[in-house]
Design a protein around this ligand. Structure first.
Ligand SMILES: NC(=O)c1ccc[n+]([C@@H]2O[C@H](COP(=O)([O-])OP(=O)(O)OC[C@H]3O[C@@H](n4cnc5c(N)ncnc54)[C@H](O)[C@@H]3O)[C@@H](O)[C@H]2O)c1
Length: 332
């Protein structure tokens, strides 16, 4: 399969750019389609880059018509849970409508394989942990609802138009590849690890943990952190698996939960200094605990996340942020 031509929509973003790097290292020929709304052109090297918006279906369809991709990887989305509550229109447009545009363009140009970035937010507040794929789907944010709606579209398009698809439900993506110049640079940054590291480096004066009265051992939320390059590997494995099966729905996580305070301790350990967070109110829609049962993914993809250790993740993020205190675009 090396030298196979693939298209990565949203490839200039955090997870997408790490996937692009991994796919290039695996010998794939990679093209990226991204509107740079939250992505970074400088996160991409050695790829053909098209600056375009998935909401422009005509332009995207024309692009697909002029190319023949083995598989399309769809990372592009708006993905801030809080913003999705205050501005759901943006999420239905940029997630649901844009995915519809992609599927329509695929159908009309005979592209028949897609790997889609879904999320554990499709489950909502879990009533059973760790979460298996067959757990009830009751998303509590517009963000989670838009991702579930896209999974339904994939199901129906797959059945009616012979499109093979994988929906990979990530838990919390973390870590980076500082040796290759790749990091995490969101604005605003809502993810815990980069925010704790920013505080440790003196880039943010205050470190706020949202809620310390959850029903967890230390009162803070528990999440399952998976390394972005482990995610990237799972995407390649899913593409290969689509040679045999026509639909895949899998959790991508480690099966291990870490509390917010355990993450803060990990960063304190790495920088040799005790960090003192302050506690703010709970964020609406934050479940106390989200941990994957990744057994089905391990079996189906013959894949195992072996980079997802907290100390390794924190060391990488510290290195990248020390080298890039202002993110991709320069000094702070
Ligand atoms: N980061 C996580 O922890 C996490 C967890 C679960 C799921 N996900 C999903 O993974 C995907 C990637 O997340 P991320 O953290 O890398 O986000 P990101 O914002 O860093 O990347 C998204 C990329 O898509 C591009 N994009 C957005 N809308 C577009 C459009 N209409 N047309 C073309 N390009 C567009 C952006 O410019 C950006 O480069 C998203 O679909 C997200 O929902 C991420």
């Amino acid at each position: 399969m090396p030298n196979t031509e693939i298209l990565v929509i949203g490839g200039a973003g955090y997870v997408g750019s790490h996937f692009v790097l991994h796919a290039l290292k695996q010998g794939f020929s990679v093209q990226v389609w991204d509107n740079l709304s939250t992505g970074h052109r400088s996160a991409l090297k050695d790829v053909r880059f098209f600056e375009g918006d998935l909401n422009d279906r005509g332009e995207f369809q024309e692009h697909l018509a002029g190319n023949r991709y083995h598989t399309i990887f769809h990372f592009a989305a708006s993905c801030l849970v809080g913003e999705s509550v205050s501005n759901p229109a943006k999420y239905y447009e940029n997630n649901v409508l844009a995915a519809f545009n992609m599927l329509e363009a695929m159908r009309r140009t005979n592209h028949d394989r897609v790997v889609f970035s879904s999320t554990c937010s499709v489950y909502g507040l879990p009533d059973k942990l760790p979460i298996r794929e067959d757990h009830a789907k009751n998303p509590i944010s517009p963000y989670g609802k838009t991702k579930l709606a896209i999974e339904w579209m994939l199901e129906d398009y797959g059945a009616a138009y012979d499109i093979r698809w994988a929906a990979l439900r990530y838990f919390n993506a973390a870590g980076c590849e500082p040796d290759d110049g790749l990091g995490e640079d969101h604005d605003p940054e809502t993810h815990l690890i980069p925010n704790v590291v920013r505080h440790a480096l003196g880039l943010d004066p205050k470190l706020v943990i949202f809620g310390n009265d959850y029903p967890t051992p230390d009162g803070t939320c528990i999440r399952d952190y998976i390394h972005v390059t482990d995610l990237a590997e799972a995407h390649v494995a899913a593409m290969r698996k689509l040679e045999e099966v026509s639909q895949i729905r899998l959790n991508l996580g480690t099966g291990r939960g870490l509390s917010n305070l355990q993450v803060v301790e990990g960063v304190s350990r790495a920088c040799g200094r005790k960090l003192g967070p302050v506690f703010g109110p709970r964020r609406p829609g934050d479940p106390p605990e989200l941990v994957a049962d990744p057994g089905e993914a391990f079996r189906t993809l013959q894949w195992h996340p072996h980079r997802s250790d907290l100390d390794r993740i924190v060391a990488e993020v510290l290195r990248w942020m020390s080298d890039h205190p202002g993110g991709y675009s320069g000094p702070p």
